[in-house]
Write a protein that binds this ligand. Structure first.
Ligand code: HEC
Length: 269
């Protein structure tokens, strides 16, 4: 393993993650990051009235099957949303009946094919935020569960989930992306497998990744519904002074320090 690999591991897999955990929670409760600061406290579920939405526990494997099949219609992001919301539409009804899941087809290919965040992660974050809501300062925020999903995705040896009736019959190579980005995840896998973007294998790999994300998402949501969920999610921007995935060295040779904003001194009374 190269030095670069080691430092990457250290940051994303190792003690770094735990250290970041405590700091992240502290930063969260002090509202260090714009999106979670008190300035945004007006956007609460209570103010919105119809949000967050009710949740009933779902079967992870059934959800994963739906996600796998829906990938062939809506791709990664739409398929994750559909796998959860199509079931809640039946079990709960209400707001799920009007949710325009198909509109989220644009999450394909890391948002309109730009290889940014893998759509399955974006879809999972949409689901956690609609169901849990952006509660400020607590450990139950949809954003923190969404962040935990991004971290989990980065560390997972994908694809994990094997569908009951896969369109491609053989086992597919598994890779760990070290990143929640579509480009890095798909690229790492394409290099390992030698398969092109349009190959049936690459498509089935992404459908299985999508199913794996849906499975884990429902595991976490079920824990939360049972009152047993303790988040491992952090908001990296609160720790690093720049929004970033945690393993800086996968892109930088050395970790650059962002400029720090110092607020002007308070006027003297
Ligand atoms: C997915 C790749 C990627 C990751 C991961 C990443 N960066 Fe960057 N970062 C870039 C790119 C590309 C730029 C644009 C300028 C450059 O190449 O330095 C940049 C720019 C920056 C800059 C501003 C330019 C500079 O050199 O000061 C800072 C600060 C920075 N990154 C810090 C971090 C930190 C801290 C982390 C980890 C917490 C991190 N980055 C993780 C790709 C990445």
């Amino acid at each position: 393993m190269s030095e670069k690999d080691l430092s990457r591991r250290g940051l994303i897999f190792g003690a770094g993650k735990l250290a970041v955990g405590a700091a992240g929670i502290a930063a969260l409760s002090s509202g260090g990051f714009g999106l979670l600061s008190n300035a945004n406290a007006g956007v609460t579920p209570a103010a919105a009235g119809t949000w967050p939405w009710p949740y009933e526990k779902l079967d992870p494997a059934e959800t994963a099957e739906i996600a796998y099949n829906e990938w062939y219609r809506l791709f990664c992001g739409g398929a994750v949303i559909s796998s959860v919301f199509s079931q809640l539409k039946e079990k709960v009804g209400g707001p799920y009946k009007d949710f325009p899941t198909d509109a989220f087809i644009f999450l394909e290919g890391g948002v309109s094919g730009w290889g940014t965040v893998c759509g399955s992660n974006a879809g999972a974050n949409i689901v956690t935020n609609l169901i849990i809501g952006p509660r400020i300062g607590g450990s139950e925020t949809g954003m923190l569960m969404g962040s935990e999903m991004l971290q989990w995705y980065s560390e997972a040896n994908m694809p994990i989930y094997m569908p009951k009736e896969p369109k491609v019959k053989e086992e597919l190579p598994k890779t760990t992306s070290g990143s929640p980005l579509c480009h890095v995840s798909v690229g790492t896998w394409m290099k390992a497998s030698g398969k092109g973007l349009k190959s049936p294998e690459r498509k089935d790999r992404c459908a299985r990744v999508t199913a794996s994300v849906a499975y884990h998402l429902v595991e976490l949501l079920n824990q939360w519904k049972d009152g047993k969920y303790v988040t491992e999610g952090v908001v990296p921007a609160t720790i690093h002074g720049i929004p970033a995935q945690d393993n800086c060295m996968s892109c930088h040779d050395e970790v650059p320090s962002p400029p720090v904003y110092t607020p002007p001194p308070a006027p003297k009374a």
